[in-house]
Each structure stands twice: as structure tokens, then as C-alpha cells.
Write a protein that binds this ligand. Structure first.
Ligand code: FAD
Ligand code: DHB
Length: 389
């Protein structure tokens, strides 16, 4: 088989790139290790930057999102007894929207299927060959039968545990990583959200986040120990702990109910450089991970896709390579800023096992400064709604 761009990974990065390129007449094949239902079953991000929304519009897949998403103009920050609102709209003129990653992925799968896009599920042993040559190819097997795709370029969109990043030799690849000594326990429940804005809450028992998907679907997170398993947490224990970590006015009106999903994610900061090796381009979680505080994971994947998509279109339409040549540099410049924001917001609101009394005072001083300083709020808001592409 031959295609122009072979894409490893059918998560949001791979699907969005495939859909955008298809509309410009550029042929792609997406290889996905799991089934479609498995990918759609993963509950992950919920907050989209305007840049992401615009990319979905450009991909022609925004109709349902535009109808069903909720615009969020600000957020509540709480820390101990301190509580305040950061007004994104007033400070930046922009907002974010609530629309779940599951819905984004569903819309992209539907659009790909409607346009006859090629997505191969249940792939095994995906291997990228000749990425540093002029004629790369990808091999894989499905149900024990081997296949080969010849292509012009390969997009590595196969997430943190994918094979694309490993294809770049260690002599070229440099990785930067920070692990955090805690995870997030997330619960999805068919209950009305406790507040119309998100609540990011630092408490002496650890961090908590109140988020949502729609008017009867709430998403809540609490900081947990890395040794915890979701089964260790009954629903009752989760709700009781969440209530202890958010301001009393919200705890009193929190509507609880059975969880319909419960999972734990470890927190990690990670970046690999460069994001291009020959004709292989890494995108999204394959190249970088942020801790979820600040909702940047999926949004950084979208900015990578923006740069790669434009670079590839320029190459196919004009033969000019500066877009793809600058891909790694441009993508990384934006990513490191999102890494900084996610790392600093994590540090601001979580309890660390080795924090001493001085560290706690520093954390409180940081929060107090943010509460009282419009410029500091403006910096937070600019980062939260998303830096320009
Ligand atoms: P992925 O979504 O990981 O997609 C990669 C795809 O590649 C997967 O479908 C995988 O099955 C496939 N794949 C892997 N290996 C292979 C292979 N060898 N061959 C073929 N296919 C392969 N971000 C937020 O902003 N907010 C959140 O609350 C949030 N929660 C998260 C919770 C968890 C548990 C995780 C892991 C991430 C979370 N994120 C969150 C981050 C966000 O979901 C990711 O940034 C986003 O999914 C990145 O999309 P992606 O397409 O690059 O990677
Ligand atoms: C959600 C996740 C986040 O990491 C975040 O900062 C905000 C919202 C969510 O899943 O809704």
C-alpha cells in the first residue's frame, strides 16, 4: 500500500491531522493499536483552548461541538481560607470551552468514516523504517498478517507509550523529565456540576478540582497517593474526601451519586527534543507530557498538529520546506511555555510530601500575590486560555 502521510496512533492528534490533511487532498492512513470503542472509552481532557476549537472548525468537525460546548470565561481558585475568581474574558478577551476529549474523538472518527478515511485498528508491531531516508515505510500486522505502507512522511501520534519516539536514535534524542510524588484520582458522575465555573482547590489535605462535561455530567479529581488503586476508593470515600478539600459553600451543595468511571493518572512533566527526525514528526503525547493542572495536555497536542499540518500543506502545495523544517523549533517553543505553566500551577496548589513550614508559607505567598495582583492574574489567564500559535 502507498500513502502520502502514514500516521501512527488514532487518538486526537492522529485523527485531527488525518482529517485536516484529507480536506487539502493529502492522503493518509492511520494505524491504531486498539479498537475504536477502547479509544472512545478513555475519559481524559475536558477543557479546550480557542486555538483547538478553531482547528476543529478548520477540519470541518465543529458542528456538534459548537452546539453542545460550554464557554467558560473564568475559574475559581481556592487555597485554604482564600478564594477568588480569575476572569479570563476580562483579562484576555478570550475564554476556554468545556467539551470532552471523548466527544472530540467521536466527532473526528465520524468525520473520517464519512469521508472514507483509512483507519486500521488492532495493529500490532508498528515499525517505522528509513525515517532518515527519502523513502520511509511503515510495517505492521493485523490478525497475524503482515502489511507494509510506503509513504512520504510519518507522523508519530501514538502517545507517551507509542513506538514513534523510540524510533529516533538515543544519540539524537534528548529527554527531559520530572515525576511528581502523587497522582490524580478522577471520578465521572451523572450529577449536576457543583459550580458553573471550574474550582481549582489547594487544601491541607491535598489538591482537588471540580470540573464538568455538561449540565448533568460532572468530573472531579483529587490528589492521591501513587500507591493508591481506583478500587481502594469507594464512591463514598471519594465524595467525603472531595468535600473536605473544597470550600464549605461548595461542599454543602455538592450533589453526589454513583461514579460511572474512576481512574488514577500519575503526574509527569516530559519533553523530548527534537520533535523531528528526517521524515518522522512527533506530535502530542508522543513528544511531551504535562501534569494535568491547567488542562494543557490535549491543547499542546493541537498546537503541534497546527504547525505540522501547515508545514505539510505548504510542502505539497508549493514544494517549500521551511514549514516542516521549522516544525520542531516552533512546536517546542510553545510547548516549553505550557510545561512551565503546568509545572508552576501544580506546584502552587498541591501538597508535596517533603514540604516544610517555609515551603507552605511560600506557596501561600504565591497564591496571595495571584489573588491581589491584576498583572499576575493576567499572566495566569493568558496561559490558561492558550498562548498564540
Ligand atoms: P493519545 O490520546 O495517547 O493517543 C495515542 C494513540 O496511539 C492511542 O489511541 C494509542 O492506543 C495509540 N498507540 C499507542 N501505541 C501505538 C502503537 N505502537 N501503534 C499504533 N497505535 C498506538 N489532558 C488534559 O488536558 N486534561 C486531563 O484531564 C487529562 N487527563 C488525562 C488522563 C490520562 C490517564 C492521560 C494518559 C492523559 C490525560 N490528559 C489530560 C492528556 C490528554 O488526554 C492527552 O494530552 C491527549 O490524549 C494527547 O493526545 P494524543 O493523540 O497525542 O495521544
Ligand atoms: C479537566 C482536567 C484538567 O486537568 C483541568 O485542568 C481542567 C479540567 C477535566 O477533565 O475536566
Amino acid at each position: 500500500m502507498r500513502t502520502q502521510v502514514a500516521i501512527s496512533g488514532g487518538g486526537p492528534s492522529g485523527l485531527l491531522l488525518s482529517q485536516l490533511l484529507h480536506r487539502k487532498g493529502i492522503d493518509t492512513v492511520v494505524l491504531e493499536r486498539k479498537t475504536k470503542d477502547y479509544v472512545l472509552g478513555r475519559i481524559r481532557a475536558g477543557i479546550l483552548e480557542v486555538g483547538f476549537v478553531n482547528l476543529m472548525r478548520e477540519a470541518g468537525v465543529a458542528d456538534r461541538m459548537d452546539k453542545e460546548c460550554f464557554a467558560h470565561d473564568g475559574t475559581v481558585i481556592s487555597f485554604g481560607e482564600t478564594q477568588f475568581n480569575i476572569d479570563f474574558k476580562e483579562l484576555t478577551g478570550s475564554n476556554v470551552v468545556v467539551y470532552g476529549q471523548t466527544e472530540v474523538t467521536r466527532d473526528l472518527y465520524e468525520a473520517r468514516e464519512a469521508m472514507g478515511g483509512q483507519i486500521v485498528f488492532n495493529t500490532e508491531n508498528v515499525t517505522i523504517h528509513g525515517a532518515d531516508s527519502d523513502a520511509p515505510h511503515v510495517t505492521y500486522s493485523v490478525d497475524g498478517t503482515d502489511h507494509r505502507i510506503d509513504c512520504d512522511y510519518v507522523a508519530g501520534c501514538d502517545g507517551f507509550h507509542g513506538i514513534s519516539r523510540q524510533t529516533i536514535p538515543l544519540s539524537i534524542r534528548k529527554e527531559y523529565e520530572k515525576l511528581y510524588p502523587f497522582g490524580w484520582l478522577g471520578v465521572l458522575s451523572e450529577t449536576p456540576p457543583v459550580n458553573d465555573e471550574l474550582i481549582y482547590s489547594g487544601s491541607e489535605r491535598g489538591f482537588a478540582l471540580c470540573s464538568m462535561r455538561n449540565e448533568n455530567l460532572s468530573r472531579y479529581y483529587i490528589q492521591c497517593s501513587l500507591s493508591d488503586a481506583p478500587e481502594d476508593w469507594t464512591d463514598d470515600a471519594f465524595w467525603a474526601e472531595l468535600k473536605r478539600r473544597i470550600p464549605a459553600e461548595y461542599a454543602d451543595k455538592l450533589v453526589t451519586g454513583p461514579s460511572i468511571e474512576k481512574s488514577i493518572a500519575p503526574l509527569r512533566s516530559f519533553v523530548t527534543e527534537p520533535m523531528r527526525w528526517g521524515r518522522l514528526f512527533l506530535c502530542g503525547d508522543a513528544a511531551h507530557i504535562v501534569p494535568p493542572t491547567g488542562a494543557k495536555g490535549l491543547n499542546t497536542a493541537a498546537s503541534d498538529i497546527h504547525y505540522l499540518y501547515n508545514g505539510l500543506v505548504q510542502m505539497y502545495e508549493t514544494g517549500k520546506s521551511d514549514g516542516i523544517d521549522q516544525y520542531s523549533e516552533k512546536a517546542l517553543a510553545r510547548i516549553w511555555k505550557a510545561e512551565r505553566f503546568s509545572w508552576s500551577t501544580t506546584n502552587l496548589l498541591h501538597r508535596f510530601p517533603d514540604q516544610n513550614a517555609f515551603d507552605l508559607k511560600m506557596q501561600k505567598a504565591d497564591v496571595d500575590f495571584l489573588r491581589g495582583n491584576r498583572e499576575a492574574q493576567s499572566v495566569f489567564a493568558q496561559n490558561y486560555v492558550g498562548l498564540p500559535y
